[in-house]
Design a protein around this ligand. Structure first.
Ligand code: AMP
Length: 147
C-alpha cells in the first residue's frame, strides 16, 4: 500500500479516454458506453477542463430532467477536477476516494495527464497484493517445517 500510483499505472497503461467539451451529453454517454467506462475526461485544447461520470448522468442529467441531446457536456461536467501526482501512494489514493466521495482520479505530472485511476483499479491491486502475500506465507509455512 506504500507503493506509488505510478507502479499501478505501469501495469494498467497510460490510456486516458477523453472527449471535447462541445460534444453533447448524449455523445459523451455513447462514448462511455462504447468504451465500457464509468468516467470520461474532458479536454479543451489539450488541457484538462473537467470530468463527467455515470453518477453525473444519474443526478445531473436524468435526475434533473435534462435533454442529453440538447446540452453540451461542458455545462454538466465537474470543472474543479481533483488530480493526483504519480508519487501519491496507493494508500493515499484509497483514502482520497473515501474522503472526497469520488471514484476516479486523473494522474497529472508536469501539467500533463498521464493516466486515470479508478476505485476499481485500487480494489484489484489490493486483492492481488493480498493474494500474493497469502501465497508467500503458505510457501513460507510449508517450507518452514520440513518433513
Ligand atoms: P464518481 O464517484 O467518480 O462517479 O463521481 C462522483 C462525482 O464526483 C461526480 O459529480 C463527478 O463528476 C465528480 N468527480 C469524479 N471524479 C472527480 C475528480 N477527480 N475530481 C473532481 N470531481 C470528480
Amino acid at each position: 500500500m506504500n507503493v506509488p500510483i505510478s507502479a499501478l499505472l505501469q501495469r494498467k497503461g497510460p490510456a486516458v479516454h477523453s472527449i471535447a467539451p462541445h460534444l453533447s451529453i448524449f455523445d459523451a454517454v455513447a462514448e462511455m458506453n462504447r468504451l465500457r467506462i464509468g468516467a470520461i475526461v474532458i479536454l479543451d485544447s489539450g488541457k484538462l477542463a473537467g470530468i463527467f461520470t455515470e453518477r453525473d448522468v444519474l443526478h445531473r442529467v436524468v435526475g434533473a430532467g435534462i435533454d442529453p441531446k440538447a446540452v453540451r457536456v461542458s455545462e454538466i461536467m465537474t470543472r474543479n477536477v481533483l488530480t493526483i501526482a504519480p508519487e501519491t501512494t496507493i494508500e493515499e489514493v484509497a483514502a482520497l476516494f473515501t474522503e472526497k466521495r469520488c471514484r476516479h482520479l486523473p494522474v497529472v505530472s508536469n501539467d500533463s495527464l498521464i493516466g486515470l485511476i479508478s476505485i476499481g483499479d485500487i480494489s484489484r491491486w489490493v486483492a492481488d497484493a493480498h493474494r500474493a502475500e497469502a501465497e508467500h506465507l503458505k510457501n513460507y509455512i510449508s517450507g518452514g517445517f520440513p518433513t
